[in-house]
Design a protein around this ligand. Sequence first.
Ligand code: NAD
Ligand code: UDP
Ligand code: UDP
Length: 336
Amino acid sequence: MDMCKSILVTGGAGFLGSHLCERLLSQGDEVICADNFYTGRKDNIAHLIGHPKFELIRHDVNFPLYVEVDQIYNLACPASPVHYQFDPVMTTKTNVHGAINLLGLAKRTKARILQASTSEVYGDPDRHPQPEAYWGMVNPIGPRSCYDEGKRCAETLFFDYHRQYGVDIRVARIFNTYGPRMHPDDGRVVSNFIIQALQDKEITIYGNGLQSRSFCYVDDLIEGLVRLMNCEDITGPVNLGNSGEYSMLELAEKILELTGSTSQLRFYPLPEDDPRQRCPDISQAAQYLGWSPTCELSVGLRHTIEYFKGLLQEMRGASNQRRASMATERYLRKLA
Ligand code: NAD
Ligand code: UDP
Ligand code: UDP
């Protein structure tokens, strides 16, 4: 067995980050979780505090960080359109300055560093499904650009630190992932639809609902990330996602069925530059990592529905629940 490693997870109090911290601790590693709680929550990692191998630091990756580690997972960045468009300048800064600081840290400590990149680097793709060799169709000046171009620039920095300084990099392009610990006010489609269905509120469909996405369950995604980090044969970029593709209408139907909800559909205008379709080509992950997702959509949705049921019960009072969807409601008012 490998010796216990010391691992930095930035964005570790977020949805994916908290599952990753848990996974790394369970395999015996030491974890430093760095997060500024922009969209992450202490609740996500409360159960890890006190674990002898877990350390939490409040830190913004826009500033330098000096710690000694063997591996770095860089997940720090708001991930849903509602949150990354709230302060777009900060989103670009976090992607770019964050990458520079962590690559500097990796260079000094000779740590291996993995970047949580995204399918958004493909933009509104004219190739389907998207292989890693596809360069994408990205608007450089639209409302999504702070995220898309920020992540693209971070990939550029990763590859230049690799070529110029020999930094040991891994780049994962993550496609839409869902599961327990998504923020209730995240604004992403799976959390929105589930919360709306559980409260018998209108399901908010943007556009005609025929745009497609593919949804990966969080456990599958974390397995893929850990395999990529520990694979000797590939730097990436590697697509990680589920290749099952659904329209937003199909997703709504599935969630209504699983929750037994009486919610009606309500249509809103499609946000600017919303990609029409997205589906990963995951043959590289299969070939190099021996990885492919195993959790079916309806199974993953059931786990996620259970999580949100519990969360809504904890919030109980209607005013608490309303407060927990403020950012999403602001976004809906802007759309309508
Ligand atoms: P999330 O919003 O739950 O997690 C992001 C975390 O980063 C939060 O805890 C937040 O507080 C933290 N953060 C933000 N800015 C920071 C800063 N300047 N300094 C330190 N911490 C900061 O989102 P997530 O879904 O867990 O996403 C994690 C990563 O994976 C992100 O980089 C995201 O772009 C990427 N990703 C996620 C998906 C997905 O579908 N979930 C898809 C593609 C890529
Ligand atoms: N950095 C950091 N931790 C370290 C080493 C570097 O946060 O352990 C930051 C530092 O702020 C620097 C950035 O990473 O600005 C990039 O480092 P690099 O060595 O590439 O640049 P330089 O220090 O030469 O500007
Ligand atoms: N979407 C929707 N209703 C919602 C939230 C999102 O119809 O309440 C749509 C959105 O327009 C997009 C898809 O669902 O086409 C996925 O959106 P999400 O924000 O989850 O992720 P991304 O657009 O980044 O893939």
